[in-house]
Design a binder for this molecule. Structure first.
Ligand code: PLP
Length: 383
């Protein structure tokens, strides 16, 4: 049906009317006082979201620009880094790090399993020569629906003393607690089309004081992504290049909505939706892909044994105008993923569960009485 599409993918996520309306105006000059006011306000809002007193810089680009910026601004050619890899986005970190000639030691976990903080601790403790410059990982691994223990790993990095913690928080920021200063995370990258309830186009890099010290010695090539330029501009409530001005309008509106709701309430909502979605899938008889107890608050990956996940997904889209995400790489056809990140309410979760149940019934694949999933989700949402 025209205009009825509901996105339940882990980005882009649904955008509230207020945010869309905020964007629907003429751009203003990016060297104007009016724009400076927006930069000042959004900077404060971003610091609130990141729970930091440090700089949070805004780049026009997708989330991967934030990942690349994190690396090129804090590390140098040949630097040794530990890279966590338990899914598609962990793999991406490894690729970016290698593209810049870093000496990468990969710490792997199976897809669906969380990274083991003990593996990081062991590698860091054995580095008595202090050669490791950075520990790079994905907080919420979107491809598998697994949340990694960033707090524990950052704690081990702190104990090491010299390495930085660099985290992709693209699907954790705005979904669960990421107090970067309190945890001692040095670089946090994110993107507008995820927890921010905005269209794609802006990415964000938050930097600690230690990250800025590392910036001074970093020799990797950079120009558009040189965060020193962004810091200098930010100190003058500005942006070094022509930013996506209308997305700044959206950013101010979206973060305003988030502030109104409050961090605790936002995290509680995502936690409730995680629980409800997981309970529903179990009740329907569809196994979860992420290891028990390690599911992401932003996305639930489901491995419907014996069912073509792509056929199910296609039918849910065609009949109900709900877009679910598929499995990536070797998980294509084996996994589908339900995004519950950003502008998502209880109704969206109930509707998605009902649509999945109705589709299974349609395809003659229902393993449980129809309605079992909705009942489980409703109970989890109430409790
Ligand atoms: C979406 C996403 C990104 C960024 O991808 P872009 O397409 O570049 O915006 C990075 N990391 C994770 C974990 C993501 O979910």
């Amino acid at each position: 049906m025209q205009d009825k599409l509901t996105l339940m993918i882990p980005g882009p996520t649904p955008v509230p009317e207020t945010v869309l309306q905020a964007m629907a105006r003429h751009p203003i000059g990016h060297r104007s006082g009016d724009f400076q006011k927006i930069v000042r306000r959004t900077t404060e809002q971003l610091q609130w979201l990141h729970q930091t007193k440090g700089h949070v810089l805004v780049i026009t680009g997708s989330g991967t620009a934030a990942m690349e910026a994190a690396i090129v601004n804090t590390l140098s050619r040949g630097d040794k880094v530990l890279c966590g890899d338990n899914g598609k986005f962990g793999e991406r970190w490894v690729k970016v790090a290698k593209a810049y000639g870093l000496n990468v030691e990969v710490i792997k976990a199976e897809w669906g399993q969380p990274l083991d903080p003990e593996a990081f601790r062991a590698a860091l403790e054995s580095d008595t020569a202090k050669e490791i410059r950075g520990v790079i990982l994905t907080h919420s691994e979107t491809s598998t629906g697994v949340i990694n223990d960033l707090q524990a790993i950052a704690g081990h990095v702190k104990a090491h003393g010299t390495a930085l913690t660099i985290a992709d928080c693209v699907t954790s920021l705005g979904a669960c607690d990421v107090p970067m200063d309190a945890w001692g995370v040095d670089v946090v990258g994110s993107g507008s089309q995820k927890g921010y309830m905005m269209p794609p186009g802006l990415s964000f890099v938050a930097m600690s004081e230690r990250a800025w010290t590392a910036y001074e010695r970093s020799d990797l090539p950079k120009f558009y992504l040189d965060l020193g330029k962004y810091r200098k501009a930010a100190d003058d409530d500005s942006n070094p290049f022509t930013p996506a001005i209308n997305l700044y309008f959206a950013l101010e509106a979206a973060l305003g909505m988030m502030q109104k709701e409050g961090l605790e309430a936002i995290f509680a909502r995502h936690e409730r939706h995680r629980r409800a979605t997981q309970a529903a899938m179990k009740a329907i008889g569809l196994p979860l892909y992420a290891a028990e107890g390690h599911g992401s608050p932003a996305i639930t990956a489901v491995a419907p044994e014996g069912i073509d996940a792509e056929a199910l997904r296609k039918q849910v889209k065609e009949r109900f105008d709900i877009l679910l995400a598929g499995g990536q790489d070797h998980l294509k056809g084996k996994v589908f993923r339900i995004g519950h990140l950003g502008f998502v309410c209880d109704r969206d979760v109930l509707t998605a569960v009902a649509a999945i149940e109705a589709t299974l019934q349609d395809l003659g694949l229902a393993k449980a009485p129809i309605g079992a999933g909705v009942a489980a989700a409703a109970a989890a949402l109430a409790g």
